[in-house]
Design a protein around this ligand. Structure first.
Ligand SMILES: Cc1cc2nc3c(=O)[nH]c(=O)nc-3n(C[C@H](O)[C@H](O)[C@H](O)COP(=O)(O)O)c2cc1C
Length: 186
């Protein structure tokens, strides 16, 4: 948190797909950011596959990603659901971020959300994500849930959010993340 108490959030979308609904969901957050909060979105495309042989030193893209997490006051993760779990892309990023010596995920406030084309809107992926976040010692926000089922109906062709209920849910999520971050950090 900077001296003016602005909360800097790093957004992580677990999909590399150009027209990803999860990345669109993340971009929609810019329109509902509470006052005193900023959002920057990380790009996971540059991260190599995790390899324990390549930790000393970390590859440059990994070191930069870890530093951005360390500097952020909070994280916002948009997870796709692949085969009832999170995407490999997201798991790979979290594995890199989890490693010693700094362990930048530890004690980091995290809000989660997700969009899928299926019926459950990433409910199963989000449960797995919560399990991983607990293991690495992050501080995930419990409520509200933001689940976007049938995501193709929530966004138009250019990726703009057209579902007012999802927009309202995003706003509540970001307000709750601001409160949670202030409680945890003060
Ligand atoms: C490998 C794979 C597995 C998937 N498994 C699920 C699933 O378990 N549940 C679900 O709702 N959608 C599933 N889907 C559909 C995704 O929800 C859909 O592809 C979605 O658009 C992915 O997120 P994105 O738009 O951010 O890339 C799967 C898609 C892929 C490619």
């Amino acid at each position: 948190m900077t001296n003016d108490h602005t909360i800097h959030v790093l957004g992580i979308s677990g999909s590399l797909r150009q027209k990803s609904y999860n990345t669109s969901l993340m971009r929609s957050v810019y329109k509902v950011l509470p006052e005193g909060m900023t959002l920057e979105i990380a790009d996971l495309a540059a991260l190599p596959l995790f390899n324990e042989d390549h930790e000393k030193p970390f590859p440059e893209a990994v070191a930069e990603f870890r530093a951005r997490i360390a500097q952020a006051d909070a994280l916002l993760i948009a997870t796709p659901e692949y085969n009832s779990s999170i995407s490999g892309v997201l798991k790979n990023a979290l594995d890199w971020a989890s490693r010693a010596p700094q362990q930048p995920l530890r004690n980091k406030p995290v809000a989660i959300m997700g969009a899928s084309t299926g019926h459950f809107g990433t409910a199963r992926a989000q449960l797995h994500l919560r399990q991983i976040l607990a293991h690495v010692g992050a501080l995930p926000l419990i409520k509200p849930d933001v689940l976007v089922p049938y995501a193709e109906q929530a966004f138009n062709a250019d990726g703009s959010l057209v579902d007012d209920k999802v927009r309202a849910a995003l706003q509540k999520l970001l307000e709750a993340l601001a409160d949670w971050t202030r409680r945890v950090k003060m």
